[in-house]
Design a protein around this ligand. Sequence first.
Ligand code: 13P
Length: 244
Amino acid sequence: MPTRRPLIAGNWKMNGRLKDLAWVETFAEAVSADNCDVLVCPPAILLHAFAGAFQGQGISLGAQDCSPEPDGAYTGDISARMLKDIGCTHVIVGHSERRDGHGETDALVRRKAEAALNEGLTPILCVGEHLQEREDGRAVGAVLAQLAASLPDADATRLVIAYEPVWAIGTGRSAGPDEAQEMHAAIRAAWPGADGAQLRILYGGSVKPDNVEALMACADIDGALVGGASLDPASFARLVNLSS
Ligand code: 13P
């Protein structure tokens, strides 16, 4: 049974200012876990400012989105190549706030993941069902269909999957450990390669210091993608400490 090192990732979404460089110091003072990977994804405009500060503290730098194109006339877009150049190691693709808020299709998400892989970045590919799908008993089918349609062709060690039920994001209503574990096990079982045991699958959706331990105790939950609770450095440090 391969051991999958936990990964706790913070997604700041559209939050943060230059003055929040102080976040790094407060986090570093409070964090004590050393057997857990830590990744933070600030807004694109802050990536450069935070790159150096994170490096000194062993925090990996991630972006929240990338273009499917390598370069060119795409006003306002940022390529995976640019993210790599600035020091990113990871990029989130297919977050529901982009799928639902910006009309991103599975096919586009797949192209973005491929663009990231082409530049040597690790895509964090997000999938998750809407409330109606869960209430109708279609959650597993919906997520596996979304995954199959947006998954690039890659070894399990080259990407990360984040299961984020849409109804749990920013609502304070996390999936229960049993619900999350069921979905994570289904995702792992559906992995097309022979290396599914190495795939890191994160849970996201209202993860807080008070529920992270129960989630992390589940066999197929390998970490968390944390929104709101990653904005407060002390809270994020507590979350990391409780996850390792
Ligand atoms: P919250 O932790 O704020 O619910 O956000 C989860 C999320 O969308 C992380 O990508």
